[in-house]
Design a binder for this molecule. Structure first.
Ligand code: SIN
Length: 327
């Protein structure tokens, strides 16, 4: 239940907007075409044209301009470093414009690496900038409002007037404007006409990890972690193929494996056997659930450890970062 109200920011505040692309920066050849467009076409300066938030001074920077399905280590590295730079300056908060498709992954990555005490707000759109009724401008305005809200903290996602935390946010719909969910716990709050109302506190950030940021900046390539799905008829051949590749060329071979299990992270017996072979070969293996809601409840009796609280794509990032820290 929503029980806490935050007033709009009283004075001027600097918010830096970092552009990375996405549908929010998408352009269609035919105005109003909401499907046949190219993401990552419009620059962040153009996105901000005409957007004014009372009491907020804006500064924009283009970090990338891509369709977020193509997100990679290079863009994440550049983005993390620019965010770290701005978080060390006198800014109220940061906004990142991003595609919806991997927004939850970038949010979780930045949350894990930067652990910001100030707001770092990702926003997006489901309709391109050339739509007859684009949702991007309102989402961007809302994200800036959240980033400038006194007391706001952590990596957040703002879409369709709803504020989510990086840990829980997931894209759950391929078309609806309100495409994100925070699952069982619900969103952190809402923003309506610039006014933030919280249902929960701002999310706690993990401990700051400056050494990890250093690794992110310097290490290449990052540890390779793959996701394998368990399903009816699943076998161990994908895992065995990864093991063969690793044996042939350890430098590019898989180092970690996330198994997206059924239900409470259970695995098809053939996949489980292959995963145990992988573990014996030195690959770090974790299990999680392919269910979109809830979390894995550890039984303690399983041979392969579970990533209790994370969906597969976030478990992949957590494992990659932990391999990086251990390496
Ligand atoms: C993307 O993720 O870059 C394209 C899709 C979207 O932003 O909705």
């Amino acid at each position: 239940m929503i029980d806490k109200c935050i007033a709009s920011p009283p004075g001027p505040a600097k918010v830096v907007v970092l552009g990375t692309g996405g549908t929010i920066a998408g352009r269609a050849a035919v105005q109003g075409d909401n499907l046949g467009y190219r993401a990552g076409e419009v620059g962040v300066d153009e996105l901000l044209a005409g957007i004014e938030v009372p009491g907020v001074a804006l500064q924009a920077e283009q970090v990338a301009n891509i369709d977020s399905k193509d997100m990679d280590a290079g863009v994440w590295r550049a983005l993390a470093l620019r965010c770290a730079h701005w978080l060390a300056q006198d800014v109220a908060g940061i906004v990142v414009t991003h595609g919806t498709d991997t927004l939850e992954e970038t949010a979780f990555f930045l949350h894990s690496v930067l652990a910001p005490r100030r707001p770092l707000v990702l926003t997006c759109a489901m309709r391109p900038a050339t739509s007859l009724a684009p949702d991007g401008p309102q989402n961007l305005r809302d994200a800036i409002g959240v980033a400038a809200t006194p007391g706001a903290a952590g990596v957040l996602a703002v879409c369709a007037g709803t504020i989510h935390g990086a840990q829980a946010v997931q894209k759950v719909h391929p078309y609806r404007l309100d495409a994100f969910s925070s699952g069982d716990l619900g969103p952190l709050g809402v923003i309506e006409e610039g006014r933030v109302t919280l249902a929960q506190g701002w999310p706690a950030s993990p401990p700051a990890a400056p050494a990890l940021l250093q690794r992110i900046a310097e290490q290449a390539p990052w540890p390779r972690v793959e996701i394998v799905l368990s399903h009816a008829g699943a076998g161990g051949r994908l895992v065995d193929a990864l093991l063969r590749e690793r044996a042939q060329d350890p430098a590019v071979g898989v180092q970690g494996l996330v198994l997206a299990g059924t239900g409470n992270a259970t695995l098809h017996r053939d996949l489980e056997s292959a995963a145990q072979r992988a573990q014996a070969a030195g690959v770090t293996v974790v299990r999680t659930t392919r269910c979109p809601f809830g979390r894995v409840l550890a039984s303690g009796a399983e041979a392969l450890p579970e990533a209790v609280d994370l969906p597969p794509v976030k478990a992949r990032i957590a494992l990659m970062l932990s391999l990086m820290q251990a390496g």
